[in-house]
Design a protein around this ligand. Structure first.
Ligand SMILES: NC(=O)c1ccc[n+]([C@@H]2O[C@H](COP(=O)([O-])OP(=O)(O)OC[C@H]3O[C@@H](n4cnc5c(N)ncnc54)[C@H](OP(=O)(O)O)[C@@H]3O)[C@@H](O)[C@H]2O)c1
Length: 295
């Protein structure tokens, strides 16, 4: 059986090979990522359509809902195709107001890993990110204690591969000095380019970089240059933003989020857009700090 082809080809994520065009499941929970979605059948359909078009990398977290997106993923796709990698995150929980307080003590991480195993219906999690920082972004602090706790869970066989998310470049180095990681997941898109140097360093070392909010997240990307390139190519700003990420570096894996099958298909088709040198030049100027000659 020939596998469907998605833009960007494949990447070796540690011991797995995944298509670079993946899917982020956060949008499948209710408003503000709390509670069930208004359209549960629609959410199941998005996941099934994702696998049908060839997605082999789905990103989730026990904190989405909480538990809601994991439950929907299990219902839609379990037993999982062998080619599918489900990445999840630990290090945060939800409070009654929908906030995202940190939960990184070893016993809290263990509880979240066990909860993730149950909700996803697996004996071992494919890839677990330790989430650092807070809702405002990364914060300088040692990750040694929580990361070592995750390494212990990996040694127990509950987790196969490790990553870090919402981290500073220094925290990436600190984690790598403790144990191998296969991926870093941080906020990055055409307009938010703080990690340019980190992306290039990780690419050289064969480590994936997974940008969250590739389309701007809760605030869609807006820029005259982006609209101009999209108009010139007869495309959409969303497609251009995704295609640009695939062009940016071979270690970038896409996990755009959507609650709609039509948008999923549109994004998969749109990310295949070929950008010319003049487009890349124009797009490159959107998020590059003024006065900087190189990333
Ligand atoms: N590590 C972390 O701390 C962290 C933080 C945030 C997110 N994440 C991960 O990153 C993934 C991606 O982030 P995200 O989903 O928040 O943001 P995103 O992918 O940047 O954007 C998603 C938004 O874009 C809309 N959208 C998608 N495709 C569209 C299209 N073709 N046309 C019009 N609108 C479209 C979606 O609405 P519709 O539902 O209407 O399509 C949704 O509102 C998440 O799913 C999650 O797995 C990780």
């Amino acid at each position: 059986m020939s596998s469907p082809s998605l833009p960007g080809g494949a990447w070796n994520l540690g011991d797995s090979t995944v298509n670079r065009f993946g899917y982020g499941a956060m949008q499948l929970a209710g408003p503000w990522v709390m509670g069930p979605p208004a359209d549960r059948e629609g959410a199941l359909a998005v996941l099934r359509a994702a696998v049908e078009i060839g997605v082999t990398h789905i990103d989730t977290s026990i904190a989405y809902g909480p538990r809601v997106t994991n439950d929907i993923i299990r219902e839609a796709l379990h037993p999982y195709p062998p080619s599918l990698l489900v990445a999840t995150k630990v290090g945060g929980r939800r409070d009654a107001q929908g906030g995202w307080p940190t939960a990184r003590r070893p016993e809290e991480l263990r509880e979240q890993v066990l909860d993730s195993l149950t909700t996803l219906g697996v004996e071992s999690l494919d890839l677990v990110y330790l989430r650092m920082g807070d809702a405002q972004g990364p914060r300088a602090a040692s990750l040694a204690e929580p990361f070592e706790a995750l390494v212990a869970l990996q040694k127990e066989g509950l987790v196969r591969q490790l990553g870090v998310t919402n981290v500073t470049a220094e925290q990436v180095d600190e984690a790598r000095a403790i144990a191998p990681i296969v991926s870093v997941q941080n906020m990055y898109n055409l307009a938010h380019r703080h990690d340019d140097a980190l992306i290039d360093r990780l690419a050289a070392d064969g480590i994936a970089y997974v940008p969250f909010f590739p389309l701007g997240g809760f605030t869609p990307l807006q820029s005259d240059a982006l609209s101009a390139v999209a108009a010139r190519r007869g495309s959409t700003p969303m497609a251009v933003a995704l295609a640009w990420l695939l062009h940016r570096s071979p270690n970038i894996l896409l996990i755009p989020g959507t609650s709609k099958v039509a948008h999923l298909r549109e994004n998969a088709a749109g990310a295949a857009l070929t950008l010319a040198a003049e487009d890349l030049d124009e797009l490159d100027r959107i998020g590059r700090p003024t006065g900087s000659a190189a990333g």
